[in-house]
Design a protein around this ligand. Structure first.
Ligand SMILES: Nc1nc2c(ncn2[C@@H]2O[C@H](COP(=O)(O)OP(=O)(O)O)[C@@H](O)[C@H]2O)c(=O)[nH]1
Ligand SMILES: [Mg+2]
Length: 685
């Protein structure tokens, strides 16, 4: 394939709510530019972008995919991003390398939450964003109502660059507001229909006002009543778009392949070239895609697929790279030999000999490289700032349905981690469980499906156990006696221990108060050892006992039969006996929760906290949103991510941090004991 230089490259991410037509729009772009000779359909499982087995089965995108289109003499790299919130990491990855985004939104007169979140993220990151109002051919669809809905939310940022000319549900052409001309679907110029004349005048006025704000010169012209030319208008819209100050809006039909040429023309006319809008920061400062420097690329996504192999999607941020080059993986400090560079169209790979700054592609056959690694020329090492993937918010304990395939399940999940940077698999040393954490239940469910399909092992998810603690509330004295005198040498040890709440270090304190040699000196350490070994094993269940002071104050010994092991055992008996009478309780981890929601959800979030045994600490207003701060037991928050999502239609976010241990109320304590007994019984089997 020919080499493309940055002025002739456009990198675009298709984002927004799930099911609005992103994948279909990419398909239409590929069809229109003759990359494919048949318009595939998501529902038929034959689209270029949704090629993964799970995507075909679910008829929805679950993974970021890439496809390039060649239009005029441009290479347009399109990243198709899944809309469902569980895959937010894919949007974050795509928007870290895309120079602009297109939010695809249905023409039903509303702003779906997915579009709202996508726009919010783009604004935060300064990514230029165009809004494509899709499916204007559907019954009851309305471009105008949709435009109004967006305008209500985003005000003067909404600039209609096109008005579709509709006859019922048929798209007959469009008014190009930038040019002030109308075209039919064949691309021939036509009169602006009388029915749209007023609307055009209105939108033109809004656009003019916005354009005037792009420079002082235009502002003067505008207020001086001078004419602003079509060229100036276009340049003004482009400047404000690239600065992420406005959202140009247009309409079309992805599945009907309508308005695609107009979109492609806008992409080459007003969309930024690489380095013109967002930039990736690095140890060498912001990288502006200068092809005259030494090679630097960032890997933003890994695909592991039986059909495509292991592919690393990257964007070249400086210089160029060719097949045969040796580069450095900066994070891993390993050399990699570039043996295969490909341009992707879904799963299809087209080989490239070299690739220049600003362009995107994929490397195959690298040994060490993973998502978020920088590949750099070894003679001028640059490290890119990593992509900040969202942190996991939901956790489950994972095991295998069949005990013998446990290793397969974990190995499979570890392999899948290569592809998805937003889930984690870690062993919880306290509960001894493998814990799978991610962004949502659907994401984790799909991971389990993939383990089944790719590694032939069945993973089972359940609520993770909580790392409870045990302690006592009352002071008691107890005696432990170990005596074994059958046959051969006997064993004898006896100790009296006082157990009190509280310990100097908050965990365990041992005091030797034995006088008159009731227990000989040399056996005191055995008593301490027995107590220290007993504490982590629990009282009412098997959770570590903390905040306890143990004072040994008396005992008995036998001149022949007393041995270290006898005192260890005696101490353990004293511990169990004493602590079970010392008003034992469970302690549970209590978390600090900060929930960030649009103001209107504040009441719901606060009310809901009591269902999680939570306590509100206060509220705060930050950047038009409310932060509700609360404390709640970890045990009640296992599925908070799911609850918050349904409470706020996905608009809420939260963070958790461990705060302290607190006494578990009686009801919950009973459940903990029951669960412990169940586990004991299961282990016996
Ligand atoms: N009528 C109509 N249906 C569409 C249009 N675009 C997409 N669809 C359908 O909407 C559904 C979701 O489309 P898809 O491209 O998977 O949406 P995505 O989740 O945003 O990628 C599919 O059934 C498409 O066939 C359109 O412009 N008009
Ligand atoms: Mg899709």
């Amino acid at each position: 394939m020919a080499v493309f230089h940055k002025d002739k490259i456009r990198n675009i991410a298709l984002i927004g709510h799930g099911g609005e037509g992103k994948t279909s729009l990419l398909e239409a772009i590929l069809y229109k530019t003759k990359a494919i000779d048949r318009l595939g359909k998501v529902d038929d499982g034959n689209s270029v972008s949704d090629y993964d087995q799970e995507e075909i089965a679910r008829k929805m995108s679950i993974s970021l995919s890439m496809a390039y289109a060649l239009y005029k003499d441009y290479k347009i790299n399109v990243l198709d991003v899944p809309g469902f919130f569980d895959f937010e990491g894919e949007m974050v990855a795509a928007l870290s390398v895309a120079d602009a985004a297109i939010v695809v939104t249905g023409a039903n007169g509303t702003v779906p939450v997915g579009a709202e979140k996508a726009l919010e993220y783009c604004q935060e990151k300064g990514v230029p964003t165009l809004i494509w109002v899709n499916g204007v051919n559907k019954e009851n669809s309305s471009y105008e109502a949709t435009l109004d809905a967006y305008r209500q939310k985003y005000g003067a940022k909404i600039i209609a660059i096109e008005l579709p000319i509709m006859n019922g549900t048929t798209l007959n052409g469009y008014v190009d507001v930038l040019e002030g001309k109308a075209y039919n679907t064949a691309g021939a110029e036509m009169e602006i229909p009388a029915s749209l004349a007023d609307k055009y005048a209105e939108e033109d006025g809004i656009m003019m006002e916005s354009v005037a704000e792009s420079s002082e010169e235009l502002m003067e012209k505008f207020f001086g009543g001078e004419e602003i030319t079509a060229e100036e208008k276009k340049a003004g819209v482009k400047a404000r778009f690239i600065n992420a100050e406005i959202f140009p809006v247009m309409a079309g039909v992805a599945t009907g392949n309508a308005q695609i040429t107009a979109l492609l023309d806008h992409i080459i006319d007003i969309f930024p070239a690489p380095g013109e809008s967002t930039k990736i920061n690095s140890t060498a400062g912001e990288l502006v895609c200068d092809e005259n420097g030494k090679f630097v690329a960032q890997v933003f996504k890994t695909i592991v697929d039986p059909f495509v192999g292991r592919l690393l999607m990257f964007k070249v941020l400086r210089g160029k790279v060719a097949v045969g080059d040796q580069v450095l993986n900066v994070e891993k400090d390993e050399n990699e030999k570039i043996s295969s560079i490909v341009a992707l169209r879904g799963k299809k790979q087209d080989g490239m000999d070299a690739i220049y700054a600003g362009d995107m592609g994929a490397f195959a056959k690298l040994n060490y490289t993973q998502t978020n690694n920088t590949l750099s020329d070894p003679t001028d090492v640059v490290k890119c700032d990593p992509i900040a993937f969202p942190a996991p918010v939901i956790s489950f304990a994972v095991s295998s349905a069949d005990k013998n395939s446990e290793d397969k399940v974990f190995a499979g999940l570890f392999k899948l981690m290569d592809e998805d940077s937003t889930f984690k698999l870690e062993k919880n040393a306290e509960t001894n469980e493998m814990v799978l954490s991610g962004l949502g239940e659907m994401q984790l469910d799909i991971l389990c499906k993939k383990v089944k399909n790719k590694f032939n092992a069945v993973a089972v998810l359940r609520e993770p156990r909580i790392a409870y603690r045990e302690t006592i509330k009352k002071t008691v004295e107890a005696e432990g006696k170990h005596k074994k005198q059958s046959g051969g040498a006997g064993q004898f040890g006896q100790c009296s221990v006082r157990f009190e709440p509280g310990a100097e270090d908050g965990i365990f304190e041992f005091v030797d108060a034995v006088v008159g040699g009731a227990i000989p000196r040399q056996f005191i350490p055995a008593v301490e050892k027995g107590l220290r070994e007993a504490a982590p094993k629990g009282i009412q269940a098997d959770y570590p006992v903390i905040n306890i002071k143990c004072t040994v104050f008396d005992g008995k010994y036998h001149p022949v039969d007393s041995k270290e092991i006898a005192f260890i055992t005696a101490a353990k008996l004293a511990f169990q006996d004493g602590c079970s009478k010392a008003n034992p309780i469970f302690l549970e981890p209590v978390m600090h929760v900060d929930v960030i929601v649009p103001d209107s959800y504040m009441g719901d979030v606060m009310g809901d906290m009591s269902k999680h045994r939570g306590r509100i600490l206060g509220t705060n207003s930050v950047g038009g949103k409310t932060v509700v701060s609360a404390e709640a037991p970890q045990a009640e928050l296992a599925k908070y991510a799911t609850d918050l999502r349904s409470m706020t239609q996905g608009r809420g976010k939260f963070t958790l941090a461990f705060e302290r241990y607190e006494e578990v109320p009686g009801m919950q304590a009973t459940k903990i004991i029951e669960d412990y007994k169940k586990r004991l019984a299961a282990a016996d089997k």
